[in-house]
Design a protein around this ligand. Structure first.
Ligand code: RFL
Ligand code: PHB
Length: 390
């Protein structure tokens, strides 16, 4: 088997890269360890920056998003018993975000790939990457017990934080930066109307809470929980009571509850591996970096990476120029570090940390007060949230 670009991982990064390459006339094969149903069953991101929306449009996968997605021109910050709106339109000159679930983005990209008859190999086992430090890289895998080798010009490692690509790079060639936060997020998806028409980020003495949504009839809520907490410890009733306790009275009264469709706990981590290129192997998305979800940046960073990578491969084949390939890692990392900073800052501002004493709480309260009363401070939040340019 042979292709131009072997893509490891059929998450949003791998599938979007494949779609952008197809538009540019570059061949790819996507190899995924799980089944398509499993990939679609993971409930993750919900907020798309304009840059991500534009890339999905460029890939030809944006039609349903524009019909079913919810454009949001602001968020609400809840603290001290009341809510304060951050108006993106006003503060950023008309910018906004699109609320559209990662599951739907993934489904749209899978459908597009299938309709174009492009190769995706699901349930590929024992995927391993080879020869990327030379001129003839390849990816080996087994399927139904049979071994295969896919020869290629380039390998795109889009296989997430636990993937094989980054782990195949010699340790001495990687520099890693990491912060693990002392709490997680317990998330619930429910077939209930959202409590408010915009997202509510709440800083409360009991811990952080987030009210998000997937549609006018489907809500996604999160509460900060202990790192060693278990989903089994949380009945639906206990979750709703905890969420309500962390909201202002009006939101608590308006909250419509119902049975959970999904409930899961995610740890929070900041992580960057540098560089993002090793010879003919390129890392993109969660394979190279993780942000805590508070700033809604993970999927958007992944999309930005593959936007640049698709352009770099296109220039390689079309113009015989490797300038963009050579620039890929540095260009991504500059944007990655800015999103890392924003996600770390917003996480630090909104959560209850075990070590935060009375002084720390006063600092958070003073910063939140400053944020909602200073146009300069609110603008800094708004322009980072809607996304910095590629
Ligand atoms: P993914 O989605 O993890 O996909 C990687 C794929 O690679 C496969 N794989 C392998 N395939 C073959 N061989 C191997 N050896 C393999 N190892 C792994 C995996 O099965 C998988 O299918 O990474 P990708 O594509 O880089 O996408 C990144 C995003 O998924 C992630 O950044 C976001 O979900 C983060 N995130 C959010 N991002 C946002 O931009 N906005 C949000 O609102 C947002 N909310 C969130 C989030 C992440 C969360 N969790 C669960 C951590 C909310 C939560 C709760
Ligand atoms: C979500 O809807 O899942 C979501 C929204 C905003 C975030 C994180 C997650 O910051």
């Amino acid at each position: 088997m042979r292709t131009q670009v072997a893509i490891v991982g059929a998450g949003p990064a791998g599938l979007l890269l494949g779609a952008l390459l197809a538009k540019a006339g570059v061949e790819s094969v996507v190899l995924e360890r799980r089944s398509a149903e499993y990939v679609l069953g993971r409930i993750r991101a919900g907020v798309l920056e304009q840059v991500t929306v534009d890339l999905l449009d460029a890939a030809g996968a944006g039609a349903r998003m524009h019909v079913e997605g919810l454009p949001h021109a602001g968020i609400e910050l809840c603290f001290g018993g009341s809510r304060h709106r951050i108006d993106f339109h006003d503060l950023t000159g008309g910018k906004q975000v699109m609320v559209y679930g990662q599951t739907e983005v993934t489904r749209d990209l899978m459908d597009l790939r299938e309709s174009q008859g492009l190769a995706t190999i699901y349930e590929a086992e024992d995927v391993s990457v080879h020869g990327f430090d030379g001129s003839r890289p390849s990816v080996r895998f087994t399927q139904d017990g049979r071994p295969y080798e896919l020869e290629c010009d380039f390998i795109a490692g889009c296989d997430g934080y636990h993937g094989v690509s980054r782990q195949s790079v010699p340790h001495s060639a990687l520099r890693k930066y990491e912060r693990i936060y002392p709490f997680g997020w317990l998330g619930v998806l429910s077939e209930t109307p959202p409590v408010s028409h915009e997202l509510i980020y709440s800083n409360h003495e009991r811990g952080f809470a987030l009210c998000s949504m997937r549609s006018a009839t489907r809500s996604r809520y999160y509460v900060q929980c202990a790192l060693d907490d278990k989903v089994e410890h949380w009945s639906d009733a206990a979750f709703w009571a905890e969420l309500r306790a962390r909201l202002d009275d009006a939101a608590a009264d308006a909250l419509v509850t119902g049975p959970s469709i999904e409930k899961s706990i995610a740890p929070l981590r900041s992580f960057v591996a540098e560089p993002m290129r090793f010879g003919r192997l390129f890392l993109a998305g969660d394979a190279a970096h993780i942000v805590p979800p508070t700033g809604a940046k993970g999927l958007n960073l992944a999309a930005g990476d593959v936007g640049l990578l698709a352009r770099a491969f296109e220039e390689h084949y079309r113009d015989r120029s490797d300038a963009a390939i050579d620039d890929y890692s540095a260009r991504c990392l500059r944007r990655v570090w800015r999103a890392e900073r924003f996600s770390w800052w917003f996480t630090s501002l909104m959560h209850k940390f075990p070590e935060t004493g009375a002084f720390g709480q006063k600092m958070q309260a003073a910063e939140l007060d400053y944020l909602v009363h200073s146009r300069a401070a609110a603008t800094a939040l708004a322009e980072n949230y809607v996304g910095l340019p590629l």
